[in-house]
Design a protein around this ligand. Structure first.
Ligand code: ZN
Length: 289
């Protein structure tokens, strides 16, 4: 099979497009979350993704990334491993030497020609490694664990320009900016700020094989997710909400349980949050063996 059809992220998102559902991409920070996500996906027969931040490249190092990839690729369901928000060129260089399935590049420059040239060069290099690329267009504001605070004027993705950008860069997946922000929303939340028509228009104008990616899902609202799935959103990034059960479990038990029981319980608690995420995006039961 030729690239990008051979790429696991590409395959998972293509199957999601064909079945009109999405998959969660779980931000994991440690083995508790990694194991919890894999077990949730296996139990629900759900394809999905896990994602790491560039923070992991430095804090954990490459051996941990290889372990995560090995664990995901040996799961009973398809689970791709993605590097989320890779901002720096030196991190991209490190990531391309690791077995990631896909990488998100943040095109930081405000100059559009420079952005196109930059993303295109990353796409070309990644292709040689069999890695697909998610590109951000516009600017998704805010902050989340593992990411620096981005304090720039919000730039919405222009549908016509997005189509041109995707064609010219050859990037595989698009993360649009349509009023979604990282971290807590101002009063009114996603219901007030998300411009769903903008996403529908982006989906209409972009090449049909380009899946859209949703960032900024805190809080996550089922009816909005359902509408976005109908507008071509196939990957839904999940971070903070996922850890609610996990944090509660740790807060109640960290001081008393023995370490083996503490970790088993923590994995189970994360799994509970991950299962909710799999159901919200409707990928549960979608993996046909
Ligand atoms: Zn994001």
């Amino acid at each position: 099979m030729s690239f990008p059809e051979s790429n696991l992220t590409y395959k998972i998102l293509k199957a999601a497009a064909e079945g009109n559902y999405a998959v969660p991409a779980f931000n994991v920070y440690h083995t508790d979350a990694l194991l919890g996500a894999i077990r949730a996906a296996e139990e629900l027969n759900a394809p999905c993704m896990i994602e790491l931040f560039p923070w992991s490249l430095h804090f954990h190092g490459g051996e941990f990334i290889k372990f995560a990839v090995e664990a995901c690729h040996n799961a009973k369901v398809p689970i791709a491993v993605h590097l989320d928000h890779c901002l720096k060129e030196e991190d991209i260089a490190i990531a391309l030497e690791l077995p990631f399935d896909s990488i998100m590049v943040d095109a930081g420059s405000s100059d559009s020609e420079q952005n196109i040239a930059f993303v295109q060069s990353v796409v070309d290099k990644a292709k040689l490694k069999g890695i697909t690329i998610e590109a951000e267009m516009g600017r998704i504001n805010g902050s989340e664990d593992g990411l620096p605070l981005v304090d720039m004027e919000e730039l919405y993705t222009d549908p016509e320009y997005a189509a041109e950008f995707m064609k010219r860069t050859g990037a595989h997946f698009l993360a649009p900016s349509f009023g979604n922000v990282h971290g807590p929303y101002p009063e009114g939340g996603p219901l007030k700020y998300w411009q769903l028509d903008r996403v529908a228009k982006i989906n209409e104008l972009c090449p049909s094989e380009v899946p859209l990616v949703l960032h900024g899902t805190n809080p996550i609202i089922q009816s909005l997710i359902d509408q976005l799935i109908n507008s071509g959103v196939r990957k839904v990034n999940m971070n903070k909400n996922l850890y609610t059960h996990y944090r509660t479990f740790l807060a109640e038990n960290a001081a008393t349980l023995e370490m083996t029981k503490l970790q088993e319980g923590a994995v189970e608690a994360f799994k509970k949050g991950a299962m909710e995420g799999l159901r919200i995006t409707h990928c549960d039961g979608k993996y046909a063996k």
